[in-house]
Design a protein around this ligand. Structure first.
Ligand code: FE
Length: 197
């Protein structure tokens, strides 16, 4: 089995002017594609090639001798999840989800502010996540390729805060990119679906 690059769930220009076609051409067409092809190269003719992507991430997590495989596998998974976190149209937060967000953060405005703050506090490359766990919803960040998939928390939503995600459109203005993400770009229908899956 080999790993394949999923198509974007929208046209490359669907999120303009907030995220440009140029960014998606590079981010999906070069960066994500690069992780997938490196992963295939590293796993070809090894037992890793028999595993699903999720199994591969679990198996290699925390093993220094498999760091490169883990990095490319987790980056593949994280990016596929990120594309599915984005919506070309502004969505309202559906009711059952809104109640859980209010329970955890107070209200949707407080959630948005906390998410932006978390993204700004992530030093260097990484990811900002909304996750569901024993204690309800929380916002966590991971560095580099790390992913909550290897934790006991279920990922519901992610924003990529590697510079390649926003540099073309926002240069160094990560806060502006994060604010646009929380205000307009979240696919709340997909977040809801993940909650009940
Ligand atoms: Fe990325």
């Amino acid at each position: 089995m080999s790993f394949t690059l999923p198509d974007l769930p929208f046209a490359t220009n669907a999120l303009e002017p907030y995220i440009s076609a140029r960014t998606f051409e590079l981010h999906h067409g070069k960066h994500h594609a690069g992780y997938v092809s490196k992963l295939n190269e590293l796993t070809a003719n090894t037992p890793y090639a028999q595993l699903t992507l999720e199994e591969l991430i679990e198996t290699t997590h925390g093993h220094a001798d498999a760091q490169a495989v883990f990095n490319n596998a987790a980056q593949h998974w994280n990016h596929a999840f990120f594309w599915q976190s984005l919506s070309p149209t502004v969505q309202e937060v559906p009711e059952p989800l809104a109640i859980k967000i209010e329970a955890a953060f107070g209200d949707i405005g407080a959630f948005r502010a906390r998410f932006v703050e978390a993204g700004m506090s992530q030093f260097g490359s990484g990811w900002v996540w909304l996750v569901d766990g024993q204690e309800g919803f929380s916002i966590v960040t991971t560095s580099n390729a790390d992913t909550p998939l290897t934790s006991d928390q279920r990922p519901l939503l992610v924003c990529d805060v590697w510079e390649h995600a926003y540099y073309v459109d926002y240069q160094n203005r990560r806060a502006e990119y994060l604010k646009i993400f929380v205000d307009r770009l979240i696919d709340w229908e997909n977040v809801s679906r993940r909650l009940i899956e």
